[in-house]
Design a protein. Structure first.
Length: 311
């Protein structure tokens, strides 16, 4: 498997055993795969990107109305120059918005999952952004079902562990780079925190994935492909059977750097009180448990947000 594969998720319904074997092998090797024929309408994706671009084009003082100081970036707007990859000297060259799950305000999770903010300047933002959130949440559940089967779990293993997951849709704007001697990159080398990430609109170049050999492999997906990768929570739960692979977004060469870049990852999280405890089926003589102490999903998230300067 010399390159990151792209798989047709319709085969989960038509050729399940073969598809599960292929997707499992892809994630064991790369921690990344492309998913096509995912069923999310291009009009929803295009409409979402349109409102995201319109928001980021608003004046800085308007965008900052939606920044929540001390909120860890959980909802609303996070300005340019804040998020910093773990152990990086330089902040990432990006600004972003966070959409979270809509839950009843009397939910037991309400204290850690605040209500969404919506930019009043763009009335269509809410319906498009949350429509995309729900579509990616459903697609992510299908991918998790296939991964569960691959490691000997029931197909629906994750269903009641992610139904109130603290998942985040993050539209990102990487502004044009106007100087050649900048030490920062658009997104420093990092691993994701969550179970899996689904990236919509990875069709502009810049994303690079670190192979097992330590080489940086560019991964520019076709426009109809959603890139899905493993996060640290699933790596921990599966005792590294599914690796959370280091990746980054590099600055493009020459004039391409003068263009803005937009992307929208969806970070699929478990329910906040889900206990991340290594699965017995992922422990063996060759792969003894690396994490004897379990931790809740929310506890783990809090630890990691502090590391990347969002707490």
């Amino acid at each position: 498997m010399s390159q990151i594969p792209t798989l047709d998720i319709r085969r989960y319904d038509t050729d399940r055993d073969a598809f599960v074997a292929e997707i499992g092998a892809a994630y064991r090797e790369w921690g990344f795969a492309g998913i096509r024929n995912h069923g999310i309408s291009q009009s929803l994706i295009d409409g979402s990107y349109d409102v995201f671009k319109r928001f980021f084009a608003l004046p800085d003082e308007v965008k900052r109305k939606y920044h929540v100081p001390g909120g860890g970036g959980a909802r609303g707007y996070t300005p340019f120059g804040i998020e910093t990859a773990k152990d990086s000297k330089y902040f990432d060259l990006k600004e972003f918005w966070h959409v979270g799950r809509e839950i009843p305000r009397d939910s037991k999770y309400a204290d850690v999952m605040p209500p969404n903010l919506w930019p009043e300047e763009i009335p269509e933002f809410r319906d498009l952004a949350y429509g995309l959130y729900q579509a990616l949440d459903q697609l992510g559940s299908r991918v998790l079902s296939a991964l569960a089967l691959h490691i000997g779990l029931p197909e629906n293993y994750f269903a009641d562990k992610t139904d109130f997951g603290n998942s985040i849709l993050r539209p990102i704007h990487y502004p044009p780079i106007t100087t050649d001697d900048i030490p920062n990159v658009r997104a420093g080398a990092h691993e994701d925190i969550n179970l899996i990430t689904l990236l919509v609109g990875a069709s502009s170049e810049g994303l690079e994935v670190k192979s097992r050999k330590g080489e940086w492999v560019p991964f520019t997906a076709d426009a109809d492909t959603i890139v899905v990768n493993i996060g640290d929570m699933l790596q921990r739960l599966t005792n590294h059977v599914y690796p959370s692979t280091t990746h980054r977004v590099v600055n493009p060469p020459g004039e391409k750097a003068r263009q803005p870049r937009y992307s929208t990852p969806f970070f699929l999280h478990p329910n906040p009180d889900f206990l991340i405890d290594v699965l017995p089926s992922c422990i063996s003589a060759d792969n003894p448990s690396r994490y004897p102490e379990p931790i809740t999903a929310h506890g783990y998230l809090e630890e990691r947000l502090a590391e990347i300067k969002l707490k």
